[in-house]
Ligand binder design. Sequence first.
Ligand code: AMP
Ligand code: ZN
Length: 485
Amino acid sequence: MKISVYNSLNKQLEELSPVRENEVKMYSCGPTVYNYAHIGNMRSFLFADLVQRVLRVVGKYDVSWVMNITDIDDKTIRDSAKNSPAWLNDMGEQTDEPKDNLKKLTEFYQDSFLDDIGKLGIDVEHFFALPCATDFIDEMQELIRKIHKNGYAYISEGSVYFDVNKWRKDDVYGKLFKIDFDNFRAGSRVDSDEYEKENASDFVLWKALKENEPFWEFEIDGVSCPGRPGWHIECSAMEYELFGLPFDIHTGGIDLKFPHHEDEIAQSKAGYGIEPTKYWLHNEFLEVEGEKMSKSAGNFFTLRDLESKGIDPLDIRFSMLSAHYSTKFNFTFQGIESAKKARKRVQDFIYDLLESDNKDGDNVDVEKVKLNIFEELANDFHTPKALAGLFGLINSTNPKSVSESSRIELLALMNDINHIFGIWDFGERPIEIIDIPAEITELAAQRWNAKAERNFQLADELRKAIDEKGYIIKDTKTEYEIIKK
Ligand code: AMP
Ligand code: ZN
């Protein structure tokens, strides 16, 4: 089936036409591993996972998916520094070597990131690569040299900057994001990785060594510039090395359009002569009370925060997939509760289908439902409409009274849908463990004691009280069992 995507570059819905016929190469900006990712970050990774699943299952493409790990940038350096408060006891001892400290911190959070996405149903097997930026320093340096050689970069005080004004004479800066150049001052420079569009200026490709920071040797145009890469150059170099240019799809949250992705486009074209990708896909924010969830706003939850409140990560996955990626997603606990119920409804439908042994029930037009659901997914990953189709089916079908052939077709359909949503189980229905209230266990214990003391009248009264509260006691000689009626 043909897939349509909203391309942020051309600001329109476009039919996907990959560079190579049946193959899609997709790059997703991954986590910055200086701390636990919050579930706002997770929305962007879940979106990328949805895209690659729809491409494989609905589009029948052979997908190569790369997500980079940003293990060097302003934040990882800041938090790996000696005496920074970010160090946890279980991360091990700090050393006097900044590079070792950086590695320790980032490996720790990379592992926790992989744990988290696994719990959220993102299968690491689906990645073609999960490259760390620090493994591609040579390639980044090579690209910086190319940009410099082509005349679009300059060296200043040991750092290398991208010359935006020079670039604007030959190409466009502001393809993803309209930039007002009225306040743009030629030669003004920004060293930090993140900045607002109002501060558009020459951005840093390579940062000069600062005391007590990790660094790599770098020689450019005969000048020695020990230091470390800027954040934006990392993705440009890794995409080129892992995929070649152009590749097909690039994903990320909308906050990355500027400066990160805008700078990526400029760097790749200025250095390699080719724009990185054909389709740019950006997910909207996850918000809390109308504000973007972020570390800096302090309004964030990590996955482990929510797990400690008894929330199943797969209910988080389902709740996020229930909204379209291009709309803001308001995180609430009530929303997670509704998602949990809705997910269970589908799960029960699957178990009912698996358990049904009805031979001659009604026939269901499964093919029609499947086509409708797949078309919605192929239309810019419209999960809410696909789920509306699924619940339409569930609400109008009694799984215990469908014909055997429809039952088998329905199970196959649910399996296909699960290849996209990745949250339902096709094994045996687990036995529900019911929590017996403390009040009942207390009464039952008192009854058992009364029996042991041969006070049968009290034991009978207690049994009756337990019965009235909806529970039954079953005795053997040596123990008793409490059953919910
Ligand atoms: P970072 O680890 O900060 O580099 O961010 C990783 C990804 O999370 C990027 O694609 C961001 O755009 C995305 N992101 C950050 N905050 C949010 C949010 N509140 N909602 C959705 N995506 C987000
Ligand atoms: Zn990136």
